[in-house]
Design a protein around this ligand. Structure first.
Ligand code: CP
Length: 332
């Protein structure tokens, strides 16, 4: 394994192998497995979980890491090709990535969507440019429309909870004061489809996920024996659900237009997960969210603090599965 860019690049057997390795490292720690190895972490955007779980995971395997956050003690970095660099950025990724790669054994990159041009973000052009500039093993720490580390952790979380492979997985849009990226909903949708689940996307009018994201998930479902559908009706979506996975995302129809987006979402403030949402779900229906989450905006306190919530387990699994990814990238 040389790159961890997209869970779709791996077969279900390969995903199972990573999760098995993650469990093995949990139960039988290998504190010297990556002794002498260095992980570089380039964060173009903020993080709590991804940053700390990669650093902690690397240390638990005997390796070490460094973090670069452009503009915060290091030069601002330009990501676009062909730009006249007479603005705030003093350095281009065409130099920065190979330089950082020369200092480490593997590099991770977080670079969110620009949020201006949907087609450009769906194409992942800047992220792919940066990934291709790195000659070392490379990890996607969240790109414009993907978050494979979160998806792998979420898959393991459902396995830990004995959620059936063919169980019902509801990905629900929830309210946020502004548009958020498509990376997590796209990754969660594909992950559940690839796992073979009955996947339902629950979202208000105007918030259908872009067709390329839906088509990719439908293809994964076809290959795994799962299904993918979408609805605006909460009761239909949640009837018999094993998992409610909540996520905030922006309207593809209003992409890059904050004014239109604000007008569209303003009447949707009641799309906040509450215990009443689970009325028709299985009694043991789990609640999942990748975090961070705005309490009592996206999700009510009673759900986050109640027995359904798996949000801390998901976050804890981030470190565990990423240790398996690092192990495969750096040790084989
Ligand atoms: N879920 C997730 O990726 O969290 P951070 O943005 O804090 O890394």
């Amino acid at each position: 394994m040389h790159r961890f860019l997209d869970l779709a690049d791996f077969s279900r057997d390969q995903v199972a192998d990573l999760i098995d390795l993650a469990r093995r490292l949990q139960e039988h720690p290998e504190p010297h497995a990556l002794a002498g190895k260095i992980l570089g972490l380039l964060f173009m955007n903020p993080s709590l979980r991804t940053l700390s779980s990669f650093q902690a995971g690397m240390m638990r395997l005997g390796g070490t890491s460094f973090v670069v956050t452009p503009g915060q003690g290091t030069w601002n970095v330009e990501t676009r090709d062909g730009t006249v660099m007479n603005g705030g950025a003093a350095e281009h990724v065409r130099e920065a990535i190979p330089v950082l790669a020369s200092y480490c054994d593997a590099l991770g990159l977080r670079a969110f969507a620009e949020g201006k041009d949907l087609a450009a973000d769906l194409a992942e052009t800047p992220f792919n440019l940066m990934a291709n500039l790195c000659p070392k093993p490379f990890v996607n720490l969240e790109s414009a429309v993907n978050h494979p580390c979160q998806a792998l952790a979420d898959w393991k979380t459902m396995d830990d909870l004995h959620v059936p492979r063919a169980g019902k997985f509801v990905l629900s849009w929830v309210y946020h004061p502004r548009a958020l990226p498509l990376a997590v909903p796209a990754a969660a949708l594909h992950m559940a489809a690839q796992r073979g689940m009955e996947v339902v996307v629950l979202r208000p009018d105007g918030y259908a996920l872009p067709e390329p994201i839906m088509a990719k998930a439908r293809a994964a479902a076809t290959a795994s024996g799962g299904t993918v559908s979408e609805t605006t009706d909460r009761a239909t979506a949640l009837a018999g659900a094993h998992v409610l996975y909540a996520k905030e995302w922006g309207s593809p129809a209003c992409y890059g237009n904050a004014e239109a987006e604000a007008a569209l979402r303003q009447p949707l403030v009641d799309w906040r997960v509450q215990e009443s949402w689970f009325a028709g779900a299985r009694p043991d229906c789990h609640f999942m969210h990748c975090l961070p989450v705005r309490r009592n905006v996206a999700v009510a306190d009673a759900v986050l603090d109640g027995p359904r919530s798996q949000v801390i387990r998901e976050a804890a699994n981030r470190m565990v599965v990423q240790m398996a990814v690092l192990y495969r990238l750096l040790k084989g």
